[in-house]
Design a protein. Structure first.
Length: 365
């Protein structure tokens, strides 16, 4: 029997929370999970945000107030950020598509003390941007970012950081290096490149992982360009000459992740707009720990189910995690499965595990 992790929640902050205030987005990106999955429509009320401020946020050390939805279109976004700041959360960030980053909104974010503004762009030209990020205007987004830079120059230094994001695909790879120079012009503090997470079999045709020589050469060019402009640039690890394919062969056991879980080590939680709380964003197809609008957050965190999960995760013994794509320190870019969305690999099937896996969890050897 794995001992329960000694991680009961006291009266101090240590939790890293990812959440969305609503499940909606106003544009239709070609690579988005929404092209294959329609999330349940949900939006937090002002009363529920008050509950977060009083009963959840006092335990949060780092908060991502948006991760998969578009926050700046929401009427309750301002109240959500203000509640987070009033409760004293030391670090807050949002991820946005930049379409609604007006001058007035920029001033609000800077005044309220948002720590990191993340903006996903995925291109360095109007044509490619508007092809990938359908419904968004290049002129609007780039104009908004330039206005944000001007507004930030009027505020005290060391305020809100700007982080630009670029998902690498065959259709935009030739613009990746230029994106770093564009980011420098826009005042980016960091620039991050990531692999395409393949959400449908059609998206396999868009991924660069099947052209490792081209991809690794591009990674080298990106690292050099980052040094040239003096901006920290996040680039994935190089991959091998041939990615090991995923054959969709399901046996009697799941492809269990083996290794320490960063989500457990760093005390991550994921909150859906309806209040359902999960230990990880990868496990939303399982039963939640509970609902923060029905049960106090402290009780949910200290519950046996959450503590047992985290104890098991620290030992790499979590039934249902499949190959973790978000936080696992052992994520392997040389395996195609690491780049596939969960729905393309296997569903979570608790109870269907191998004898070897059960032995590992019992003995820890």
């Amino acid at each position: 029997m794995i001992p329960i992790k000694k991680g009961l929640l006291g009266n101090h902050r240590r939790i890293v929370m990812m959440m969305d205030l609503a499940s909606t987005c106003d544009i239709d990106c070609r690579q988005c999970f929404r092209t294959v999955e329609d999330p349940e429509n949900a939006r937090m009320s002002l009363g529920q945000i008050d509950t977060l401020e009083c009963e959840v946020f006092p335990y949060i050390n780092q908060l991502a107030l948006s991760c998969s939805g578009e926050p700046l279109t929401l009427r309750n976004f301002r109240e959500g950020l203000q509640a987070a700041k009033r409760s004293g959360i030391p670090f807050t960030r949002i991820q946005t598509n930049g379409t609604h980053l007006s001058e007035e909104m920029s001033e609000f974010l800077l005044t309220e003390g948002l720590d990191v503004l993340g903006v996903s762009i995925d291109a360095s030209t109007k044509e490619t941007f508007e092809y990938i990020r359908r419904g968004a205007s290049w002129d609007t987004v780039i104009g908004n970012l330039r206005a944000f830079r001007r507004a930030r120059e009027q505020h005290p230094p060391h305020g809100t950081s700007l982080s630009l994001n670029f998902t690498l695909m065959k259709g935009n790879a030739d613009e990746a290096v230029d994106f770093i120079h564009l980011g420098a012009e826009l005042g980016a503090d960091t620039i991050s490149f990531s692999h395409l997470l393949i959400e449908s079999w059609e998206m396999r045709e868009w991924s660069l992982i099947y052209e490792p020589e081209r991809l690794n050469s591009l990674f080298s060019d990106l690292r050099n360009a980052g040094l040239e402009v003096g901006i920290p640039v996040g680039v994935p690890e190089n991959i091998s000459e041939r990615v090991i394919p995923f054959e969709r062969v399901l046996g009697t056991s799941l492809p269990i992740h083996s290794g320490g879980c960063s989500a457990a080590e760093e005390d991550w939680v994921f909150l859906l707009p309806n209040g359902d709380l999960f230990p990880c964003a990868n496990l939303t197809n399982l039963k939640p720990i509970g609902n923060v609008f029905e049960t106090p957050f402290k009780d949910l965190w200290n519950s046996e189910s959450n503590q047992v999960f985290r104890s098991e995760a620290l030992q790499g013994c979590v039934v249902g995690c499949d190959r973790c794509k978000n936080f696992a320190s052992t994520a392997d870019p040389d395996y195609e499965q690491s780049h596939l969305a969960r729905r393309l690999t296997t569903p979570t099937l608790p109870g269907i595990v191998s004898e070897e896996f059960l032995e590992l969890c019992v003995t820890g050897t």
